[in-house]
Design a protein around this ligand. Structure first.
Ligand code: FAD
Length: 455
């Protein structure tokens, strides 16, 4: 094939949706048949291998997207391998004349830049688009052109920029060019021996239409209670994070929905909710400027932090929700069972590991990376570094969350803790935590002083 009929490739990454997908729209508008491909890349430098819970979600998301594409007359092509070899191979096989994708912002953007120039050198049309952030990181800078390090002025600058376009509609039909595809089952993304995903199946519903159902339910029934978002025992937040993680919904679609019909009570919470979406933008902005965010302290003074030689059994007790601290255990069990954890409890469990057990934040970040269905290259390390005090606009290190007071304040009735730690009511729960909270807090502050003296 040649000329205008040469197919267009749409290379999907964390944008597993048909609506508000600029790369897909550009390909469909070009008029030629499309090849919509998802690559499972476990080999390229710069692509962080997916954790187990992410793989589980990805399986569901691709199943759902494949069915949606089929219904429009198209086909989702699945391939395994690095983009630098697989995309040129697919171009060769299909005789494609154009390749489109939506941008990514971590280290993997080097892969995209190299591919773009090599395909263009071969005469192909290659275009990339903004789809997964409201604001391109390089467009939001301080007045002297530097990256923001503090959230409030960052978000103010974003809001002043404003959101320009309306979300795009999904295509009404797709005409696919033939291409061979892997069978999704052959990727073995789901756990088998043992199948630990029962709780995930119960709590999670991947896919674009489920993402929109969630947004609608949130806007209609939940947003009005968002001012109580710190209370883990009641549903007051959107639950949209894994859908955003895989791009089943775009932040632009969320932004515009919040400008649609809402009750007065919901409207009153809209700005706060959007500012949380703003924290996601902030973390991606940080990652864009500091791609080693999950490996290195954003504030290099923390390189001198004297982490303790905490025994493995204590780290395992944290992972398994057996620390003897009810709110910490409740959170860690929620994470293991459902693939998610309430934000307030994420802060408390992270603080406990970093400050009461004096364990390097990277150990906890990696555990969350493996167990969260919303684990995200920017927000996971960004938030871990926020709790550790080593991040951008971070909580000061000396703010050590007291898990007992946090529970008294945010889980007054104990409904969250009782749900995840039922032995508390039957008296089978350990009487003492694995670590003395007051003493370990003092030790943490002393370690911080040592760091300050060294740095
Ligand atoms: P809502 O309150 O409904 O917020 C709406 C959206 O805003 C979220 O879906 C999310 O995209 C964004 N958002 C909210 N809070 C934050 C935040 N603090 N930082 C960045 N974005 C935010 N969030 C992730 O998406 N992926 C992660 O890997 C992740 N790891 C975390 C690790 C730790 C230690 C902590 C303290 C927080 C982490 N968060 C992470 C942030 C936050 O906990 C989740 O985004 C939130 O709990 C998701 O629930 P929700 O969608 O109901 O949130």
């Amino acid at each position: 094939m040649s000329g205008d009929q040469a197919p267009s490739i749409v290379w999907l990454r964390d944008d597993l949706r048909l609506a508000d997908n600029p790369a897909l729209t550009a390909a469909v508008d070009r008029g030629a048949p499309v090849v919509i491909v998802y690559l499972l890349d476990e080999v390229s430098n710069g692509v962080r291998p997916l954790g187990a819970a992410l793989k589980w979600w990805l399986h569901g998301s691709l199943t759902s997207l494949g069915a949606d594409i089929d219904a429009l007359g198209g086909r989702l092509v699945l391939r395994r391998g690095g983009a630098e070899t697989e995309i040129p191979k697919l171009v060769e096989e299909t005789g494609a004349g154009a390749v489109y994708w939506n941008r990514r912002y971590g280290r993997a953007r080097d892969i995209d830049a190299a591919l773009k120039s090599s395909l263009r050198d071969r005469g192909l049309t290659v275009e990339s688009f903004r789809a997964n952030l409201l604001f391109e990181p390089w467009t939001v800078t301080t007045q002297d052109g530097n990256p923001f390090r503090v959230f409030t002025p960052f978000w103010k600058a974003c809001l002043e920029q404003g959101v320009a376009r309306e979300p795009l509609d999904a295509p009404s039909a797709l005409s696919s060019a033939p291409a061979t595809s892997d069978d999704l089952e052959s990727w073995a993304l789901l756990p088998t021996a043992p199948d630990w995903a029962g709780g995930l199946r119960e709590h999670c519903a991947p896919g674009e239409s489920n993402a929109h159902d969630r947004l609608e339910r949130f806007a209609d029934d939940v947003l009005e209670d968002y001012h109580r978002r710190d209370e883990p025992g009641i549903e007051t937040t959107s639950g949209l994070s894994p859908h955003l993680r895989f791009g089943e919904i775009s932040p632009l679609q969320i932004w515009h929905r919040l400008r649609g019909s809402l009750s007065r009570e919901a409207q009153a919470n809209g700005a706060k909710f959007l500012s949380e979406v703003g924290w996601r933008e902030f973390n991606w902005n940080i990652l864009y400027n500091f791609p080693e965010l999950h490996e290195r302290n954003y504030r290099s003074a923390f390189d001198a932090f004297p982490w303790a030689d905490t025994p493995q059994w204590a780290i395992d007790a944290w992972r398994q929700g057996k620390t003897g601290v009810p709110l910490v255990d409740a959170g860690m069990r929620e994470l293991w069972q459902t693939g998610t954890m309430h934000n307030r409890v994420r802060m408390v469990t992270a603080s406990f590991l970093i400050k009461n057990l004096l364990v390097d934040w990277r150990v906890g970040e990696q555990w969350f990376w493996d167990t969260l269905v919303d684990a995200d290259e920017a927000s996971n390390p960004g938030n871990w570094q926020w709790v550790a005090g080593s991040g951008a606009d971070a909580a000061p290190y000396f703010r050590v969350f007291n898990p007992v007071l946090q529970a008294q304040k945010f889980d007054k009735q104990g409904s969250y803790i009782n749900r995840w730690v039922p032995e508390l009511e039957t008296g089978e729960y350990p009487p003492e935590p694995i670590v003395d909270l007051a003493k370990s807090r003092k030790d943490a502050l002393a370690a911080y002083d040592t760091m300050k003296a060294t740095a």
